[in-house]
Design a protein around this ligand. Structure first.
Ligand code: PEP
Ligand code: MG
Length: 576
């Protein structure tokens, strides 16, 4: 039966695929006892599910090829043998027949018994084989839960997978995309989490905060997701699929219309040029940024080089990545941010303290870099070496005090001196800037500005820290409000202080790429934006319709407005 779940559209695009639940179905067990009349039917259900699981394994085995085929085949054979094992299956049938357990509950009991036997073994290898039991049982459980029609199953067998999970770490997203996952539905999560940012960069449609997803979607259900509107259609009808095809066609049309703006200048109607830079995480972002006429890279998040790995990337590896980035931009300026690990980006690298009670307020960004100077030195050396290939700016995250910038600058100079004396050709000059993303840095900016060559406003964190709202907590999504009067005051103040001191100021949080905020930010005095390249043309299209002088005249009213509602009213006036 068709039903629709809604959540937040975190990464645009539509996808049609089979649901793959991250939580194995064994967690959803119906424990109610069976009535006598239902026993035989339940046994039949289980038989069919076991037969389906064996068929699936057979199909998998036939598809194997390549170097690992033999090893994988051995695993599959072992699993098939388990499914044929009378010890295993008789026990489960008895539980249904005698114990009146439903098939899924009986399977779970049998699993727990077998796992207990494996766990009691001394041999660590044999002990680890309990995972095989889990895999086999989970496969049968999935078969039991599948309630799709034959038609739907036929369609499902031809489409890829959509991951349905509670959360997903940024480090897990790249392998997911590489393994052909078409989209992601999360029951929690927020639009400004790093996972959402990365999903946009990977062009992987993603819905967050679809609260009922895990409870209502089952493995192998056919689902249609729309990452723009945050919609998940489970068991879509032919009409839904037709709508999907027509939206895809519309998206192509819109893409064509916007593509005409790729080489157009970004300039308000009254002739003020607005600089649009790109945020980049991957080489694909860099290529797109260039193709769409970005002024440069406004934010390169280096932490993505550090994720998904056990050992840290050394100087040479980092240098090559940064050099390729600089070369990829063909002489346009590139802003490389030093490592911003911590909080939700913590990974297997072992760098981040994992026992912090408040990681967002903990050893993060520049705090981590200054505690591990050898790490920062390697990174600064790699960045400086890349500066020999094109204009590079160094950006430091999570800054709260001038002293931090003084320390980083000292290290940067030492690295430059060492590199030059070792014969490396590096730039004569390099700019060093800070992310303004902690309220303290924004409030005290006038005292700190002399230690900075430029600033980049990180609204993702600035909103979180100003409002004391965890950016990843979907329960607080309604309080995470970039239009809060306190946020607007901080933005206006930061932009004004930087401009008075003749420092370039760019905004590189998600607000910059959201066309609903373009007029507001221009009204507050901003002229430099940095966003995911996928948003560049839309923002350019918006900028080119605006009149900066007229917008600026609304700034005092915006800053006087005491509530979000009044701010919205001023924004509406600005539109007319
Ligand atoms: C920000 O905080 O706005 C920002 C751009 O950095 P990140 O999202 O990586 O924390
Ligand atoms: Mg930040």
């Amino acid at each position: 039966m068709r039903f629709v779940l809604t959540g937040g559209g975190a990464s645009r695009g539509m996808a049609l695929g089979r649901a793959r639940l991250e939580h194995p179905s064994r967690y959803l067990i119906d424990e109610r006892p069976l009535g006598e009349a239902d026993v035989e039917a339940e046994i039949e259900r289980l038989r069919r599910a076991i037969a389906a699981a064996r068929d699936e394994l057979q199909v998998l085995r036939e598809k194997l090829h390549g170097t690992m085929a033999r090893e994988v085949a051995e695993f599959i054979d072992a699993h098939s043998l388990m499914l044929a094992d009378r010890e295993l299956t008789t026990g489960v049938y008895d539980l249904i027949r005698i114990g009146r357990y439903r098939a899924s509950a009986a399977l779970k009991m049998q699993r727990d018994r077998l796992v207990a036997v494996f766990e009691a073994m001394d041999d660590p290898y044999l002990r680890s084989r309990k995972e095989d039991v889990d895999h086999v049982i989970a496969r049968v459980q999935a078969g039991l839960m599948r309630e799709s029609s034959t038609e739907e199953r036929k369609l499902a067998s031809r489409v890829g997978e959509i991951l349905v999970s509670d959360t997903v770490a940024p480090s897990e997203l790249v392998p997911l995309a590489e393994h052909g996952v078409l989209g992601v539905v999360l029951s929690s999560g927020s639009l400004v989490s790093h996972s959402a940012i990365l999903a946009r960069s990977l062009h992987l449609p993603m819905i967050v905060a679809a609260h009922a997803a895990l409870a209502h979607i089952q493995d192998d259900d056919l689902v249609l997701i729309d990452g723009e509107y945050g919609e998940v259609v489970v068991h879509p009808t032919a009409q839904d699929i037709a709508r999907y095809r027509s939206r895809q066609r519309e998206a192509v049309q819109q893409g064509k219309r916007l593509a005409l703006l790729a080489n157009v200048a970004t300039c308000t109607r009254d002739g003020v040029p607005i600089a649009l830079y790109a945020n980049a995480e991957s080489p694909a972002d860099v290529a797109q940024a260039r193709a769409l006429g970005a002024e440069g890279i406004g934010l390169y998040r280096t932490e993505f080089l550090f994720l998904q790995r056990r050992e840290l990337p050394g100087e040479e590896e980092q240098f090559l990545a940064y050099r390729d980035l600089v070369l990829g931009m063909g002489g346009l300026p590139v802003t490389i941010r030093t490592l911003d690990l911590g909080a939700d980006k913590a990974d297997s690298s072992g760098l981040v303290l994992d026992d912090e009670e408040n990681p967002a307020l903990g050893v993060r960004g520049v705090r981590l870099s200054l505690r591990q100077p050898q790490l920062l030195t390697i990174q600064l050396r790699a960045i400086l070496r890349a500066s020999g290939y094109g204009p590079v700016r160094v950006l430091v995250p999570m800054v709260t005090a001038a002293e931090e910038m003084i320390s980083v600058r000292r290290m940067l100079h030492e690295c430059a001196r060492d590199l030059r004396s070792a014969g490396h050709e590096i730039a004569d000059q390099f700019e060093l800037g800070a992310m303004i993303e902690v309220p303290a840095a924004a409030i005290a900016l006038s005292g700190m500005i002399r230690t900075l060559d430029f600033i980049a406003i990180g609204t993702n964190d600035l909103v979180q820290y100003t409002l004391a709202v965890d950016r990843n907590n979907d329960q607080l999504a309604n309080l995470y409000d970039p239009l809060h009067p306190a946020v607007l005051k901080l933005l206006a103040h930061t932009i004004a202080v930087a401009q008075r001191a003749k420092r370039r100021v760019k905004l590189c949080g998600e607000m910059a790429g959201d066309k609903r905020y373009t007029a507001l930010l221009i009204a507050l005095g901003l002229t430099d934006f940095s966003m995911h390249p996928g948003q560049l043309l839309e923002v350019r299209e918006t900028v080119n319709t605006l009149d900066r002088a007229a917008l600026r005249a609304h700034a005092p009213a915006l800053l006087r407005a005491p509530t979000r509602e009044r701010i919205q009213r001023v924004l509406e006036r600005m539109r007319t």
